[in-house]
Design a protein around this ligand. Structure first.
Ligand SMILES: *Cc1c(COP(=O)(O)O)cnc(C)c1O
Length: 424
């Protein structure tokens, strides 16, 4: 894989300035890209009203939540902890919808405050019904269809535990009756693939569920709108993906008079390419003739776990730490790029979909101290890292604002914070 010249919102000079001011590694988010992505999602095709919910788990930092809140987005929480974190950031509870694999024992305060709840199992309906008889709720169904780039992001179909299996609709109806509950919202989230034909089939099967439950006024279609991080990957065309769903909703209205409101819950689409990791080459080693050349970064699975977890591909740019205009052109070398953890799985340049297979990226000869930008790191990076492994502190986060300023939005963790809950 050859390398493009420079990261779109962190060109060499910006990289040097950021590194000088904040050190490395840091996460950098670009406000302009976040705003553009939000505008694209808010233009998703819809017939009778659209709510866009940011999937908090993709990037839960308060400054990001607040920016999206100011742009009119609502929020999808994957745990009661995300609900509390968003409320702590000042998000109004009625803008938060909870769809969780683990319903906590205590959730009455948040429900009373006005959050929306999607039950994701029959037991969750039962527990919600016992605590809030007569209340309104949503139900997450597994429509029997999945879509994902790999098994780990495919969250629909018979091999997925997410949501209530679509054939259990009778049991859902029985629980609603027993507790006097009103099912107002049907939720499906089938994963992160980019095949519009799959979206269309999932939309049709979701609308079949809507027909079975007459009180449903909202269809929440979840997230999973994939974006290209590197060449060869495909970004979901939201207009193309949404058009058949909108048409199906219009057809349902013509036939039954039911005007369904529509919701989507993008995580990846909103933030993935709006974030990057600025890191430094802290060592360069080789394994002799016929061996490998390795770049060791001052980041790794502690900030970006996706390569180790999924074999995910991220664009990588090396920015010379000093302007080397006077030096002769350097020869291009194939490098394996690894992280800083004592763990052979801490491999950044893995083969696509193969976390343990070494792949190389070609760069003009790299020197210790060079800066490196890992792109496509806005989603599921800061949010999903091997935090504090090898006791590396959690990295700082910076926002590049639309007036070209750098704003620190999370400080680097200190040793005291790493050990603050230990009792010795
Ligand atoms: C993770 C998740 C999303 C967001 O998925 P992306 O692939 O990041 O768009 C949306 N809704 C629910 C319920 C989720 O669990």
């Amino acid at each position: 894989m050859t390398t493009p010249d420079s990261h779109p919102f962190i060109p060499a000079e910006t990289a040097r300035n950021l590194a000088k001011k904040f050190g490395t590694p840091i996460y950098v988010y670009d406000e302009k890209t976040l705003r553009n992505n939000a505008a694209e999602c808010l233009a998703f095709p819809s017939a009778f009203g659209l709510t866009v919910r940011f999937a908090i788990k993709a990037c839960p930092t308060a400054a990001v939540l607040k920016l999206f809140d100011s742009l009119g987005l609502h929020f999808d929480a994957s745990s009661i902890h995300e609900v509390r974190r968003a409320m702590h950031a000042g998000i109004a509870p009625e803008k938060i919808s909870l769809s969780t694999q683990e319903l906590p024992r205590e959730f009455a305060d948040e429900i009373s405050a006005g959050i929306k709840f999607n039950a994701c199992s029959l037991d969750q309906i039962e527990r919600f019904g016992k605590e809030f008889p007569g209340a309104r709720l949503g139900v997450r169904f597994n429509p029997g269809i999945g879509s994902g780039a790999n098994g780990k992001t495919n969250v629909g179909g018979p091999d997925s535990s997410f949501g209530i299996w679509h054939e259990h609709a009778g049991a859902v109806r029985e629980l609603l009756r027993r507790y006097g509950l009103t099912l107002e919202r049907i939720h499906t989230h089938i994963g992160s693939g980019s095949d519009p034909a799959v979206w269309q089939r999932a939309a049709i099967s979701s609308l079949a569920m809507v027909r079975v439950f007459p009180d449903v006024d909202t269809l929440d279609f979840g997230g999973g709108y994939k974006v290209a991080r590197v060449a060869g990957e495909k970004t979901t065309d939201l207009q193309k993906c949404g058009a058949p769903i909108r048409d199906a909703i219009v057809a349902l209205a013509q036939e039954t008079g039911r005007k369904l409101k529509f919701e989507i819950e993008p995580g990846t689409y909103l933030v993935a390419n709006a974030g990057a990791i600025l890191t430094r080459v802290q060592d360069v080693v080789d394994t002799g003739v016929g061996g490998r050349n390795f770049i060791k970064l001052d980041t790794g699975m502690t900030e970006i776990l996706r390569p180790s977890l999924y074999g995910a591909q991220h664009p990588i740019f090396i920015e010379p730490s000093l302007i080397r205009s006077n030096t002769p052109p350097r020869k291009v070398v194939d490098y394996v790029i690894v992280g800083h953890c004592c763990e052979s799985g801490d491999l950044v340049s893995c083969a696509p979909g193969a976390p343990e297979t070494l792949a190389t990226r070609a760069f003009p000869q790299v020197e210790i101290g060079d800066l490196c930008v890992i792109g496509g790191a806005g989603a599921y990076c800061s949010a999903m890292s091997a935090k504090n492994y090898n006791s590396f502190p959690e990295a700082a986060e910076v926002m590049l604002t639309t007036d070209s300023a750098f704003r620190l939005i999370r400080r680097r963790q200190t040793l005291d914070q790493i050990i603050q809950n230990e009792i010795s």
